[in-house]
Design a protein. Sequence first.
Length: 487
Amino acid sequence: MKQLGKLMLVFVVFVSAIFTYINPEAQAAQDDHWEKIKKRGELRVGLSADYAPYEFEHNVNGKSEYAGIDIELAKKIAKDNNLKLKIVNMQFDSLLGAIKTGKIDLIISGMTPTPERKKELDFSDPYMSVTQKMIIKKSEADHLKTIDDFANKKIGVQKQTQQETIAQNEIENAQVQSLTRVPEVIMSLKSGKVDGMVIEGPVAEAYLKQNNDLQFADGVKFNEGTKNTAIAVPKNSPVLMNKLNSSIKDVKDKGLIADYKEKAAEAMKKDDGNFITKYGSFFLKGIKNTILISIVGVLLGTVFGAMIALLKLSKVKPLRWLASAYIEFLRGTPLLVQVFLVYFGTTAVLGLDISALICGMIALVINCSAYIAEIIRAGINAVDKGQTEAARSLGLSYGQTMKSVILPQAIKNILPALGNEFVTVIKESSIVSVIGVSEIMFNAQVVQGASFDPFTPLIVAAILYFILTFTLSRVMYFFEGRLKVSD
Ligand code: ARG
């Protein structure tokens, strides 16, 4: 009964959380943004590290480090204000949500101040300006020359960027294909899924250097040619804004951007060594975290799942309903959505300051608990009714019947299904990469950015997932065999 109480509590918190979210007052605390940063002593800068030379990861003695113009700028701002710096790396299209929910304090991500964005955010003075370019496959160069040649063609862009708008507005009848990360768009281009990519000049150069099959479509000129790059700040943060602008002024006065560019170019140089020596450590870290979150997901998921299964089997109708609602909701909504709900919900709604890793685990545990509840319930139900009747007529209580007669038999149905769930979780856990949890998929993406090779890291990730799941299912077959023997 105690567990029931706890469960109810969780449910009530969840529901009231949803209501506070609908109530806008819960979001009004952003006036004293600077105060919050100062108190914390840490500046959280959000960016999407797929954007060399602005921000990318590179390997320094087998360890990944952030580098780039934006990173240097962020370091300077932190230093000017005596703050520690925390880089929060995520998809470009998640940055807006992250800053709105207070996950990050600033966006320094090669971002262009656009009228739409200015409705939601404020922008600092610009610190750079860049030109918009089109890149294509070399082999297509003789028939893709001017912007008119791209009419009706497939154009790749990074999702939610200025380049997406440009492709839509300036190319006649373009079929714009937006992907979340720059390396993915590059890969579409290389494999011929799109005919051209709209991309900012310096970023294009970084990728062209490493991909000899690509080149600029030099004849293409966009009206929205040159664009500024600035730091995005939550609305109504005058103090913070002043501090940023004075750091930017200093950067310009001292001509530091040139230094930053040079440093970035240095970091972009391919270091020697083969793929494994250079990037092996990224994948190792990924494997460790994938295993960790999967184990936590299945173990805690089993604990909660068992509780929910009991609720669902209970004699009390409302409890059964509650359990059904929980299970149906979680099985009826995508894990991807749940992950974002937990990630943004914990800060925006509950005001908690939880790391991406923990958020990812929470989402997986909740999701698993619903599936496992059904596994356990089905396992118990599959035990022949006659067993209960026989036990009860022998004088065993309900509890005793469950413990000594039903559960031991149910376990045989449950364990193999739990094993399958484990395999599923290992694969599904790749979804938490979207909030920046450093598991296998996330690290594969990091390596895509660091190596400018969009394909190989994916192959490695696939092999690693396969090794994990294949080993696990072999182990399970073994135990299943043992269970049968013990029959
Ligand atoms: N400047 C473009 C924009 O603001 C693209 C920025 C993309 N940044 C990134 N880190 N991927 O829309």
